[in-house]
Design a protein around this ligand. Structure first.
Ligand code: SF4
Ligand code: SF4
Length: 304
């Protein structure tokens, strides 16, 4: 098949490279995608759906391109039209058809209390289906798993103390049940759209990306926010903000967790390049496994 320069420019937003990939690599990904799009099953557990909303904000390439041309999304509880038993049948059919070849995306933590019944995702043939059931069953047979967002990757807010529903991360569920499927964690509450789309692009072009000790792609989580922050010169000069309105001062005394956080938010910027957390507030360390218990209180009270 022929992949044109127009295809390339569309997926790259008119620029010469996309996420650091060369033109050739992106063309190869497009060619591969158009010839045999990988089947993706996206399931949601204990979370707020913010990761899906963030993904829908992807602009470079846009989400229509991702869903229609790069992957074949077979199941997504929020955006699919089917509901009830019909939706569950679709999910199980797809898992059977693409057995061992599909990619599983997990959004949200996995409640384990009450034998998983704190998070019911459906019914099938008269039986309850819990998020715990699905994560084990689909995770076991997937080619690879993306745990998307703080909750799936590390437990996140649903697993915060006292964690009454016994929420666990996907990697903990896998460990508890001896599941060895390759897993990538994409932290963030929510993750930046390019972390999700970029990881998929990397898998299509080069295979699984290199990951850090928390199984996060180094491509996005290798650099410290504080070391790259535009306010670093103020930190070095010991000029610290006491109120949100102060723009020419470092925000560490307001509670900024940038010194302990590794992500490229300072470079990617959020909301289609409009701003990022530290512009108007602070970094709360949302990509780290310690979020939120280990970084609370998120804000510090300052005095006069
Ligand atoms: S605002 Fe945060 S990330 Fe930026 S220099 Fe201050 S402490 Fe570091
Ligand atoms: S700046 Fe900090 S809190 Fe904001 S998205 Fe990035 S890692 Fe999360």
């Amino acid at each position: 098949m022929t992949v044109t320069r127009r295809d390339f420019l569309k997926v790259c937003g008119g620029t010469a490279t996309f996420l650091g990939f060369s033109k050739l690599q992106v063309l190869e990904a497009l060619a591969q995608a158009k010839e045999g799009k990988p089947a993706v099953l996206w399931i949601q557990g204990a979370g707020c759906t913010g990761c899906s909303v963030s993904l829908l904000n992807a602009v470079d390439p846009d989400i229509a391109k991702v869903l229609l041309e790069i992957i074949s999304l077979k199941f997504h509880p929020t955006v699919m039209a089917a509901a009830g038993e019909m939706a569950m049948a679709k999910l199980y059919d797809a898992a059977k058809t693409y057995d061992g070849k599909y990619f599983l995306v997990v959004e949200g933590g996995v409640p384990t209390g009450a034998n998983g019944h704190y998070c019911m995702v459906g019914e099938y043939k008269g039986k309850d289906v819990t998020m715990l059931d699905l994560t084990k069953r689909l995770g076991h047979r997937a080619a690879g798993v993306l745990a998307v967002g703080a909750c799936a990757a590390f437990g996140g807010i649903p697993a915060a103390k006292p964690n009454p529903t016994g929420v666990k991360s996907v990697q903990q569920i896998f460990k508890d049940n001896g599941i060895k499927t390759p897993l990538i964690n994409i932290g963030g509450c929510p993750p930046h759209p390019t972390w999700m789309v970029g990881t998929i692009a990397h898998i299509l072009t080069k295979g699984l990306p290199e990951v850090d000790g928390y199984k996060r792609p180094k491509l996005f989580f290798n650099n410290n926010i504080h070391d790259n922050c535009p306010y670093l010169k103020h930190y070095d000069a010991q000029k610290f903000a006491k109120t949100w309105g102060e723009k020419d001062a470092c925000r560490v005394k307001l509670g900024c967790k940038g010194p302990d956080t590794n992500a490229d938010c300072y470079k990617k910027i959020w909301n289609n390049g409009v701003n990022w957390c530290v512009d108007n507030a602070i970094c709360i360390g949302c990509v780290e496994p310690t979020f939120p218990d280990g970084v609370s209180p998120l804000y510090e009270q300052t005095t006069g």
